[in-house]
Design a protein around this ligand. Structure first.
Ligand code: GLV
Ligand code: GLV
Length: 316
């Protein structure tokens, strides 16, 4: 059972091992619809908006063997509850790293060079002319990028930042490997020191109970008044109301956001602000990457249903 339309090449992988049912409605299934649709399934290809928990597994039935999330993040899945019932959980690491890092950098450039605002100006047919003080932004060269969570995506963002002449600091649950620190000339800092000293703070950690509202009022207050917050990870890592208030009050410099606390809703305050660049959860949204993600999820399902090891299992 596939909870939402996926590229045909992924369906083809599934068809080799199973009968395939694709829910092709144009919105996420509600929790009730999801439970109704999953009954009798041996494997499920799920999306990041599907809540996968004990009730989901009960609704599917005892034959359920595998749930493959088409996302690297799996905060929508109660992993202990699902794996505890003997069901394999998989995600899609690796294949979306560059696409997400590209988008983080695109949004960062958009906010520092005021690209959204500039485009809105032109499209509104407002007269303009070149002068030296016109629509000035800020440069990235020589500035410090503070990365929260130097995993695959964090490192890919750091590589891009290095090409733009930025310095890298990072924080997280653990130190990165020495080769990674050396390649990126990345300096490990305790979180509070990183927040105080970075010009740009980019979030690349998973959403867990310990990272929920990691960026709250106190964190925002610790930042420089010119700091820019980039979030391409998960919305609830940032207290969105607190962020909107900090931006409105000029307590930080700007924000670049691809994810929101209550998607698809966006805090209305954020939509009023010119120092915010926003996108509707597009981190992995390239044809190449979405195809690779769906195919990887399908291959995980096919592996488990044919008695092989999953390619990219999630463990707790
Ligand atoms: C997308 O948000 C993902 O986690 O892959
Ligand atoms: C700007 O367009 C320049 O030529 O410097």
């Amino acid at each position: 059972m596939v909870t939402r339309t996926v590229p045909e090449s992924a369906v083809a992988v599934l068809r080799e091992v199973a009968e395939v049912q694709v829910c092709d409605q144009d919105r996420p299934l509600t929790a009730d619809e999801l439970r109704a649709a999953v009954g009798g399934a041996d494997g499920v290809v799920a999306m990041l908006h599907d809540r996968i928990d004990a009730e989901f597994v009960e609704a599917a039935g005892p034959q359920l063997e595998v749930v493959a999330n088409v996302a690297v993040g799996f905060d929508n899945i109660d992993v202990p509850a699902v794996t505890g019932r003997g069901v394999t959980v998989t995600n899609t690491p690796g294949v979306l790293t560059d696409a997400t890092a590209d988008l983080a950098f695109g949004l960062l450039l958009s906010v520092t060079r005021r690209l959204g605002e500039a485009e809105r100006l032109l499209r509104s047919r407002t007269p303009w002319n070149f002068h030296l003080g016109f629509m000035l932004g800020t440069g990235l060269q020589g500035k410090t990028l503070g990365i929260v969570g130097l995993g695959g995506i964090g490192q890919a963002v750091a590589r891009r930042a290095r090409a733009f002449g930025m310095h890298i600091t990072y924080t997280g649950r653990r130190r990165a490997a020495q080769e990674v620190e050396a390649e990126l000339e990345a300096r490990y800092l305790p979180q509070d020191e990183l927040l105080r000293t970075a010009d740009v703070i980019s979030l690349h950690c998973p959403l867990t109970e310990s990272t929920r509202h990691l960026i709250d009022d106190a964190a925002l207050d610790a930042m420089k008044s010119t700091a820019i917050v980039v979030n391409t990870s998960r919305g609830p890592i940032v207290d969105e109301k607190a962020l909107a208030a900090a931006l409105e009050g000029g307590r930080i410099g700007g924000a670049a956001l691809d994810v929101f606390e209550n998607e698809p809703d966006v805090d209305p305050g954020l939509l009023e602000l010119d120092n915010v660049a926003i996108a509707p959860h597009l981190g992995s949204a390239t044809t190449e990457t979405r195809t690779a993600m769906a195919e990887l999820a399908a291959r995980n399902v096919a592996a488990v249903l044919t008695g092989q090891q999953p390619l990219t299992p999630v463990t707790t």
